[in-house]
Design a protein around this ligand. Structure first.
Ligand code: E4P
Length: 224
């Protein structure tokens, strides 16, 4: 499973890529709005921090077909290789995905709340589809279950499209999808920090150091 950071805060991205095995960064217009400055500047900074080899996702904002294509060109020109353009999974979005596939620009069908949206985005040539787990849960449906159904549809139809599960509120949702073999997950910094936030883990780690110090008066092997 690849792990992406769903955020545009540069300090949070720096911290997470230092401590976690991260594969890239995903953004959307609301995430860029939270950064509070020119979104081109934010996206360029993210690219600089993560380097050229990691994948960055940025979303086309314009809702017309021509505008989506223009936004996609602008995003790819700004961020270079290893950039995926997120396109809403709507009829106009499917048209844009088909056109961008012909140009060789990779897309992610985003705003996916239903398996049918994912199927159509995949058929339209999207390289990824992004179902919103927590938002689906909040509508009273089973977000994790819908992601699994989407994965089954893609695999059983031999579609060259991967799931990028998004919108998480906790580790359990992520683990359940990891067990199911979902290829990509994107989480905000708080969900990442919660992955191993556990008093039992911290206590056990500290106990080892305390026992060693009682024996040797030192808190590291190398200082013996
Ligand atoms: C990803 O494609 C989405 O933009 C994002 O994960 C949505 O997350 P949210 O429901 O926390 O806003």
């Amino acid at each position: 499973m690849k792990l992406f950071i769903d955020d545009a805060n540069i300090e949070a991205i720096r911290e997470l890529i230092e401590y976690y095995p991260i594969d890239g960064v995903t953004t959307n217009p609301s995430i860029l709005a939270k950064a509070g400055k020119d979104p081109r500047e934010t996206l360029k900074e993210i690219r600089e921090v993560i380097g050229d080899d990691m994948i960055i996702f940025a979303q086309a904002v314009d809702l017309s077909f021509e505008g989506m294509i223009r936004d996609a060109h602008m995003i790819v020109n700004l961020l270079g290789a290893n950039t995926v353009v997120k396109i809403p999974s709507t009829p106009i979005g499917f048209k844009a995905m088909m056109a961008l596939q012909k140009e060789g620009i990779p897309t992610c069908g985003t705003v996916v709340y239903t398996p049918m949206q994912a199927l159509l985005a995949a058929k339209a040539g999207a390289s990824y589809v992004a179902p919103y787990v927590n938002r689906i849960d909040n509508m009273g449906y089973d977000g994790v279950g819908i992601v699994k159904q989407i994965q089954d549809i893609l695999l059983n139809n031999n579609m060259a499209c991967e799931v990028l599960a998004a919108s998480f509120k906790n580790s359990q949702q992520v683990l359940e999808l990891a067990a199911y073999g979902i290829e990509n997950v994107t989480c905000g910094p708080d969900v990442f920090r919660g992955f191993v936030k556990n008093a039992a883990i911290d206590g056990a780690v500290q106990d080892f150091v305390d026992d060693f110090e009682k024996l040797t008066g030192k808190t590291s092997m190398s200082s013996l």
